[in-house]
Design a protein around this ligand. Structure first.
Ligand code: 5GP
Ligand code: ZN
Length: 133
């Protein structure tokens, strides 16, 4: 889709701090991280949300496990929230399917603190390089 932000990121027309790429999916750091290493994983093809086409989940599966393992190994995340907002009333703001991988650390654990932003300001391209390994 020509006016879709995440299609443009997938195509490289808008820069992102990429942590993963394969034939079907791309992973990159969220520009407004809730917690350090907050990553978005998206299918290369445009699909509005995760309830549009069941096969789109398969397209993310390898990336999901790969990125999750790297967030543990590279950043020392001791937990990861994996979630996807489907529909505006669920909080979806970009209508190209994406899964959030939100690393969690022992100093701010639990669901109650999920939305309490604690990521410090840092260079996201350097952080992406650290995650890629
Ligand atoms: P949603 O609210 O749709 O579940 O999540 C959209 C996410 O995209 C938000 O967490 C937001 O910070 C992130 N986001 C919005 N614009 C950009 C952008 O231009 N680049 C990146 N990397 N993330 C973005
Ligand atoms: Zn798109």
């Amino acid at each position: 889709m020509s006016d879709c932000l995440f299609c443009k990121i997938v195509a490289g027309e808008i820069p992102s701090s990429q942590v993963f790429a394969d034939e079907t999916a791309v992973g990159f750091l969220d520009i407004e991280p809730l917690h350090r290493g907050h990553t978005l994983l998206v299918p290369r093809r445009h699909v509005a949300d995760g309830l549009t086409d069941p096969s789109v989940w398969d397209e993310l599966a390898v990336g999901l496990v790969s990125v999750g393992q790297r967030l543990r190994a590279a950043l020392g995340a001791t937990g990861i929230n994996i979630l996807s907002n489907a529909g505006a009333d669920a909080g979806q703001s970009v209508f190209h399917f994406h899964v959030h991988l939100i690393p969690r650390y022992p100093d701010h654990p639990g669901m109650a603190d999920l939305m309490t932003r604690d990521a410090r300001a840092e260079d996201l391209s350097q952080l992406a390089a650290l995650i890629r390994g």
